[in-house]
Design a protein around this ligand. Structure first.
Ligand SMILES: N[C@@H](CCC(=O)N[C@@H](CS)C(=O)NCC(=O)O)C(=O)O
Length: 214
């Protein structure tokens, strides 16, 4: 059983999609970010960085934080969604780090400054950078169906961020390959369920309370 500490955010959805794709049994616990719950002492004992997502694997007792590390842990545990040969693994890892180091942070800053009218210079900078990153993805997807050979953790890492930037007002109009990739993946049943976690999930059977798992 995987205890999944999550929220309705891009990084939380990444974990939910991975759990739904692998079919691992899990319990989803949604933290209230608005109320600062990730910074509560019980949660910082799990993740010293005070951010979701975090998992605890009750089979092993292992706690994992940082969504990219979680994707890799779950891929290794299940033998799913990550190639076995080292070249193909590296291809997937490049995109996982691209998301964690570039697409995620730049998009997050774009959203932050989008909500604050007075910071137009910062908004312009982050909007330009996000669009550049969308172009990098679009170019890659002009050559291939998925980011790293077969459907993998690379696609799962990036997908919720492409959803997010669209809800934050960006369009994929000039990124037709990325747009097609997004449409195809967003229609996958596991992705549809993952976007709704903890509601409407097949595998997330219960919601745990902080005291249970702290
Ligand atoms: N690099 C981290 C980023 C995690 C992250 O930024 N989580 C956000 C939600 S998407 C969060 O927990 N924010 C709460 C806060 O900062 O108080 C990862 O990939 O797991």
């Amino acid at each position: 059983m995987i205890d999944a500490y999550t929220a309705h955010t891009p990084n939380g959805r990444k974990l939910a999609i991975m759990l739904e794709e692998t079919g691992l049994p899990y319990r989803a616990r949604t933290l209230d970010i608005g109320q600062g719950e990730p910074h509560a002492p019980w949660f910082r004992a799990l993740n010293p960085n005070g951010k979701i997502p975090v998992i605890r694997d009750t089979d092993t007792g292992r706690v994992v934080w940082e969504s990219g590390a979680i994707l890799i842990y779950l891929a290794e545990k299940t033998g799913r969604l990550w190639a076995t040969d080292s070249d193909a693994r590296l291809d997937a890892l490049q995109w996982v780090f691209f998301q964690a180091g570039s697409l995620g942070p730049m998009s997050g800053q774009f959203n932050h400054f989008r909500l604050q009218d007075e910071h137009t210079q910062a908004l312009t900078r982050y909007r330009t950078e996000v669009r550049r990153l969308l172009g990098v993805l679009d170019d890659a997807l002009a050559q291939q169906t998925y980011l790293a050979g077969a459907y993998s953790i690379a696609d799962i890492a990036v997908l919720p961020w492409i959803r997010a930037v669209q809800t934050w007002g960006m369009t994929l109009d000039n990124f037709s390959h990325l747009d097609r990739w997004y449409g195809r993946l967003a229609a996958r049943p596991a992705v549809v369920r993952g976007f709704q976690v903890p509601v409407a999930s097949q595998h997330a059977t219960t919601t745990v309370t902080p005291g249970e798992n702290a």
